[in-house]
Each structure stands twice: as structure tokens, then as C-alpha cells.
Design a binder for this molecule. Structure first.
Ligand code: GLN
Length: 488
């Protein structure tokens, strides 16, 4: 049986009823990895030995009649910027290519406590900066729907692993769209929780006021299950919110009657591929037929979101990445003749071009004389973007947009960085305002999956999940399997 094709909740039922064992399931996922990883290259590091040992432990618990958690014994893949004790955590950078963390990220601790299994660490854009997974220091990752196309990014490895059957669930991180956009490009479900819902402790920092960890899965129920495990207050992260975590599976009701769904007009304009737009419009019709009320809204400062992000995110990155100096840990250049030269060479050799570009930009916008003109101004615009959402949410309960204006584009498409930056216009504002946003599959264009984004109010993941679940129950898009077609 191809267990690797199933969802976590289906597999949980089979484990509990003893129809399958976790060892059998984990073996099955690794044999799928053996079969397709050459083509997809979703992983940086695999950890079969520990995964199998964990699986045996879970089987022993089941045999002893102990109750198990929903993710117990189910193999998931972890983005390589999330610290795993004893297992390489590289951020897909030469700078961290030798780093084995001495502690677990908060989310990993929680997953371990629930006996989840980790297949390995997934490939990503270096330090989560990018939208294609092409800036990884190690190798590219290829889209299982068409191996000539990118899997998106920066969590491209985590999304491709799900689409290719190389893991049952995965974790990504999202600073400006890095969970939702790859989920959309790979026909998966991906949710970025409200800023502060999930502890960032142990997630290698990119832009701390925007970063958030979240799940990439095959369906909405699995996303709710992973959220149940990873959310919650953590004393190690001062931005983690002291709020109760609901049981997100309780929000999974197939019912949108009377739900007000807002369509922000700025997300449907120029630049959205007409084929993508057509699929989104069909989804809107589906919601209408299910009893939702569709309302037009406006988010007038949307056009400033990307440029504002490219001031705030690099500014925070330049501060966060200052710690990689060749002294304490990570890559150290050989042959330097003085300490300053060692730091300079370690940083120029250890970071790739995109990371260097952002450090320079961030240092510039924070420098005295420019701070007011750029960084302070950007923070003011960020407030306007947040206010736009507050006003829109007076008229609706949830917003519906394309997750990305386009489907996955060709690898080595020779797109200039600026055009790629601009494509994040649909995801970045959500991070700027700290809101929850999900991407779910809603159609196909040119044979590639199209994703629809649902954005909710702060801490209202439940309405987002309910709306997503209702659509999923009414459609079959989430059941399609990636064909691993095209050549690499
Ligand atoms: N693509 C965006 C960037 O390059 C977002 C990345 C992310 O969410 N980590 O910054």
C-alpha cells in the first residue's frame, strides 16, 4: 500500500486500529524518498536512523495499549532553519553548513513530546530569502508537478516533499509568503499563523517582526492538527502571545452560510495571470453557492507593501545576521592574516549573493542620516497597511485573494530579482499586519496548481480554517497527486 499518499489523520486512524505500524509507514515514506528524491531534491539532510528508532518506540506504545497523540508515529519534514538538537541545521547556507544545534526549537520540542517523527531537514532559499529555493547553497529543488519548474520558496523543500510523497506533513516559515506561496505552487495547504501564535525560539531569525513558523500539509485537517501541536506561549520568545490555544479541529465545520468573504480589489488587478484569476473567480462562485456573502473591499496601501517590506525585512536581517562573524560558530574563512580580515572573508565567502544584497540594503536604510527617510517611513507605511486590514474587516470576516499572481514558473527562468520580489504583493501585506493566512489548492492553470489565500483577523485562525475546510469538502483539488512530470 502506498501509505505515503495518505494524510496524517487517515494514518493516525490506521495506527490506532493497528492496521499499520509506524515502522511500516516510516519505511514506506523512506522508500518513496529513495524513489524520487533524485528528481525532486527536497531535502538537505535525511535522518532515517533516528526516525526508525522513534517509529519503533511509538509502535511499542500502541502495543502496550497507550493512547497516542494525533501526530505520533507520523513522519514529517522540517525546514532547515528550524533547530533540531543533534541534527544539522544549515539554513541552506555555507555560513551554517557545519552547524549541529545543541537545542531544539520550541516547535520541535512540542512535536517530540507528541512522538512525531522527523524524516529530515528540507531545502530552502538561503536564510529564507527568496521565492524559488534556487538560492540554496547546496542545490535547487524541483517542483513535483513539473520538474522544469520551481517549487517556490523559501520553504520550497517542505512543500515539494509533501507534493512528492516524501513526507506526510512538514514545517515551513513565512516572513513574506514563504509558507503560502510554495504551498500554492505545489498544490498543498499551508498556513501562516497570527504573528505570536507560534514561538520563534530556535527558528533562525531572518526578519523578527515578520517571521512565523507554520505547517504545510495535504489537507486542512492536517494543518489544524499540526497547529494544535506547535501553537502556544513560550517564555523563550518575548513576542509569543499569552493566549489560549483552541482545539483547531473544532473549527473544521463545512458551513459558510452567512460568512462575509471580502474580495480586496487591489489583489485582482494588473499582474495577475488571467488563468489564475479565472480559477479564483470560480472558487468565489463556489463559496457563493455554499451560502457565503461576497463583499467588495479595498486595501488602498497594497501597492506600497512590497517596497516597504524590502526596507523593513533587510533592516532586521542586517541586524540578525551580524552575529555570523566567523568567531563564534558557523563558517570561518581560512588564510586570513588578521581578525578583521577573518570576519570580512568569512562573511563574503559564507553568504551567497542574495543574502549579501539584503545585508547591504538593510545596513544602508538603518544608517544615521537615512534611518528617518527609509526605515522610519517604512514603519509608518506599515501602520497604514495594518489599518487597511482593520477597516476591511469591519465589512467582512475573511478575505479571499490569489496566493500568488502566477503559477510556478520555470527553473532558471532568468527572471530578474525585482520581478520576483514584486510577485509577493499578495502575501507580504499579511505579514506586515501580523494576520493569519492560509493557502489551499483551488484549481489548475497550465497544468500547475493554483492556490487561493484566505486571510483572517488577528488570532482568528478558526474562521480561516472553517472557510478553507468548507471549500475543501466541496472540491477535489487537494486530492490530485503530483505526476513528477517534465524533465530535469
Ligand atoms: N519571498 C520573500 C523574500 O524573499 C519572502 C520570504 C519569506 O517569507 N521567508 O523575502
Amino acid at each position: 500500500m502506498d501509505l505515503y499518499k495518505l494524510t496524517a489523520h487517515e494514518l493516525h486512524d490506521k495506527l490506532v486500529s493497528k492496521e499499520i505500524s509506524s515502522v511500516e509507514l516510516t519505511e514506506n515514506v523512506y522508500s518513496r524518498i529513495d524513489e524520487v528524491e533524485d528528481k525532486v531534491q527536497a531535502y538537505v539532510t535525511l535522518d532515517k536512523e533516528n526516525a526508525m528508532a522513534q517509529a519503533a518506540k511509538v509502535d511499542a506504545k500502541i502495543a502496550a495499549g497507550e493512547a497516542i497523540a494525533p501526530l505520533a508515529g507520523i513522519p514529517g519534514a522540517i525546514k532547515d532553519n528550524i533547530c533540531t538538537k543533534g541534527l544539522l541545521t544549515t539554513c541552506s547556507s555555507k555560513m551554517l553548513s557545519n552547524v549541529v544545534p545543541i537545542y531544539d526549537a520550541h516547535v520541535i520540542k512540542k512535536l517530540r513530546a507528541d512522538d512525531a517523527i522527523f524524516t529530515g531537514k528540507t531545502n530552502m532559499d538561503e536564510f529564507a530569502m527568496g521565492s524559488t529555493t534556487e538560492s540554496s547553497y547546496f542545490h535547487k529543488t524541483y517542483n513535483p508537478w513539473n520538474l522544469e519548474r520551481v517549487p517556490g520558496g523559501s520553504s520550497g523543500g517542505s512543500a515539494a516533499a509533501i507534493a512528492a510523497g516524501e513526507a506526510i506533513w512538514s514545517l515551513g516559515s513565512d516572513t513574506g509568503g514563504s509558507i503560502r506561496q510554495p504551498a500554492s505552487f505545489n498544490g498543498c495547504v499551508g498556513i501562516k499563523p497570527t504573528y505570536g501564535r507560534v514561538s520563534r525560539y530556535g527558528c533562525v531569525a531572518f526578519a523578527s517582526s515578520l517571521d512565523q513558523i507554520g505547517p504545510i500539509t495535504r489537507d486542512v485537517t492536517d494543518a489544524a492538527l499540526v497547529l494544535n501541536t506547535i501553537c502556544g506561549k513560550d517564555e523563550h520568545d518575548s513576542t509569543s502571545l499569552p493566549v489560549d490555544v483552541p482545539d483547531f479541529t473544532k473549527a473544521l465545520r463545512a458551513d459558510v452560510k452567512g460568512l462575509r468573504i471580502g474580495l480586496p480589489k487591489e489583489y485582482y488587478g494588473e499582474g495577475v495571470d488571467p488563468k489564475v484569476k479565472a480559477e479564483i473567480e470560480k472558487a468565489v462562485k463556489t463559496y457563493e453557492s455554499l451560502g457565503a456573502e461576497i463583499v467588495d473591499v479595498s486595501l488602498p496601501h497594497t501597492e506600497y507593501a512590497v517596497i516597504t517590506y524590502y526596507i523593513i525585512a533587510p533592516a532586521e536581517a542586517s541586524a540578525n545576521l551580524a552575529r555570523y562573524d566567523g568567531v563564534r560558530y558557523g563558517f570561518r574563512a581560512a588564510n586570513a592574516t588578521s581578525a578583521p580580515e577573518m570576519t570580512r572573508l568569512s562573511r563574503t565567502e559564507g553568504f551567497g549573493p542574495e543574502v549579501r544584497r539584503r545585508i547591504m540594503l538593510g545596513t544602508y536604510v538603518l544608517s544615521s542620516g537615512y534611518y528617518d527617510a527609509y526605515y522610519k517611513k517604512a514603519m509608518q507605511v506599515r501602520t497604514l497597511i495594518r489599518r487597511d486590514f482593520n477597516e476591511a474587516f469591519e465589512k467582512c470576516d475573511v478575505l479571499l485573494t490569489p496566493t500568488s499572481p502566477v503559477v510556478a514558473y520555470p527553473v532558471d527562468g532568468k527572471m530578474d530579482p525585482l520581478s520576483i520580489y514584486m510577485l509577493d504583493v499578495t502575501t507580504i501585506p499579511v505579514n506586515m499586519a501580523g494576520l493569519p493566512g492560509i493557502s489551499i489548492p483551488c484549481g489548475f492553470a497550465d497544468g500547475m496548481p493554483v492556490g487561493m489565500q484566505l486571510i483572517g483577523k488577528v488570532l482568528d485562525e478558526e474562521t480561516v480554517l472553517r472557510a478553507a475546510y468548507t471549500f475543501e469538502q466541496a472540491t477535489d483539488f487537494h486530492k490530485a497527486m503530483a505526476p513528477l512530470g517534465g524533465n530535469k
